[in-house]
Design a protein around this ligand. Structure first.
Ligand code: FAD
Ligand code: DHB
Length: 402
């Protein structure tokens, strides 16, 4: 079957769904192709912390209503050294900015519901997606849906299909530069229907390794511990994981921690990755398709959202008959912000995790830096402004400051 649309969006994660929602509201036609089932996409447990800019963009996309009602505003965050915690006053140190705890599952469900309500072309179970003629004036996408082969002609392709997707893989190797760091550990995460141990998140540097106490709601908790990449979730029965969390988060948090059966338990590897540029002809990459940050600092979903904000603006300008200037500037504009978040996530990972080759000196450097942050308002302000999300002027290295 042959079809035509203005923008073919590959992937129905947060990036693809938010982009098509923003384009739809501007009267632009698009088709979203997703390899997995709706149930799979809606159940994938991942991010939990939204920057103010992400919340604002979701509002602008018309999907902010439940987020405003159920999201938990967080005005502070805690760091801990061997269980001894101190607070960073995000609100006070950033002129009133904060973050919102609202699960990626909820963001995805809200966006899918908005697509369904208006009968949008959102196809789950799209197989064998392939991109063609990206550097011509007439690109197309072929795929198989419910056994039927399709060809979709379009003006532009948005590659929002994550790190393992087909979009970045369709760019010739010589047209991309890749920058990468792999970390020799992963995060073992547990989700449980128990009240959180604290009203705010706790990022803990412990001599046994990193731990994070997070949440999804007043009755649902999310915790992580750093584990070697060789570990498997089966080696971590619930009690062993709760015991380890109690040690790494310290006696104060442990005393307030409620244990309960895991609803989900999985291990995620940590990686820093950027592919430049984020454009190849009429293909534009956004979100995890173009870059990955280690989860320390909660930047991944927020970067996907800021990419999509830039890309939607540029596509809307062009497809409303305007100039291509926004599309030409997209990659550089998005990458400026990406590199700022890459730096923060890499730095925060280095500050809080135990590395296999770490000796006593390296560990004391971490502890000294954490104690400096504890003592210095200037240092806490630096962490705070990165954690809530840098203003765009910073991301452009000051060049946008006007
Ligand atoms: P994805 O969510 O990966 O979506 C891509 C979609 O494309 C998927 O649905 C996939 O099935 C589909 N796809 C793939 N290949 C194809 C194909 N060939 N054809 C069609 N479709 C395809 N970020 C934060 O901001 N805050 C956090 O607190 C945070 N915590 C995290 C915790 C964990 C444990 C993990 C793993 C990640 C976390 N992140 C966090 C990162 C965040 O989840 C990702 O950055 C975010 O999902 C990126 O969205 P995306 O739409 O770009 O990619
Ligand atoms: C969560 C994940 C993160 O990567 C982070 O930095 C904070 C919270 C979470 O899943 O709740």
């Amino acid at each position: 079957m042959r079809h035509r649309t203005q923008v073919a969006v590959i992937g129905a994660g947060p990036a693809g769904l938010l982009l098509s929602q923003l384009l739809f509201r501007a009267g632009i036609d698009c088709v979203v192709l997703e390899r997995r089932s709706r149930a799979h996409v809606e159940a994938r447990i991942r991010a939990g912390v939204l920057e103010q800019g992400t919340v604002d963009l979701l509002d602008r996309a018309g999907v902010g209503e439940r987020l405003r009602r159920e999201g938990l505003p967080h005005h502070g965050v805690r760091l801990a050294v061997d269980g001894d915690a101190f607070r960073i006053d995000l609100h006070g140190l950033t002129g009133g900015r904060s973050v919102t705890v609202y699960g990626q599952t909820e963001v995805t469900q809200d966006l899918i519901r908005a697509h369904r309500d208006r009968g949008a072309a959102l196809h789950f179970g799209a197989e064998e997606v392939a991109l063609h003629d990206l550097t011509s004036g007439a690109p197309s996408v072929t795929y198989v849906h419910e056994g039927v082969p399709h060809r979709l002609s379009c003006d532009y392709v948005a590659g929002c299909d994550g790190y393992h997707g087909v979009a970045r893989a369709s760019v010739p190797a010589e047209a991309l530069r890749v920058f990468e760091r792999e970390y020799p550990f992963g995060w073992l995460g547990i989700l449980a229907d128990v009240p959180p141990c604290d009203s705010e998140l706790i990022y803990s540097n412990h001599v046994r390794g990193f731990a994070l106490a997070s949440m999804r709601s007043p009755t649902r908790s999310r915790y992580y511990v750093q584990v070697p990449l060789t570990e498997r979730p089966e080696n971590w029965p619930d009690e062993r994981l709760w015991d380890e969390l109690a040690v790494r988060l310290g006696p104060g948090a442990a005393a307030r921690m409620t244990r309960g059966p895991a609803i989900e338990k999985s291990i995620a590897p940590l990686r820093s990755f950027v592919a430049e540029p984020m454009r190849h002809g009429r293909l534009f990459l956004a979100g995890d398709a173009a870059h990955i940050v280690p989860p320390t600092g909660a930047k991944g979903l927020n970067l996907a959202a800021s990419d999509v904000g830039f890309l939607a603006e540029a596509l809307i300008e062009r497809l409303a008959g305007g100039s291509e200037a926004g599309l030409d500037a997209y990659s550089a504009r998005a990458l400026a912000r990406v590199w700022m978040a890459e730096r923060f996530s890499w730095w925060f990972t280095g500050l809080t995790h135990r590395f296999p080759d770490m000796d006593g000196f390296a560990r004391r450097m971490q502890v000294a830096e954490l104690n400096y942050i504890r003592a210095s308002e200037t240092a806490r302000a630096t962490v705070a402004e990165n954690y809530v999300g840098l203003p765009l002027a910073y991301a452009a290295g000051g060049r946008d400051a006007r």
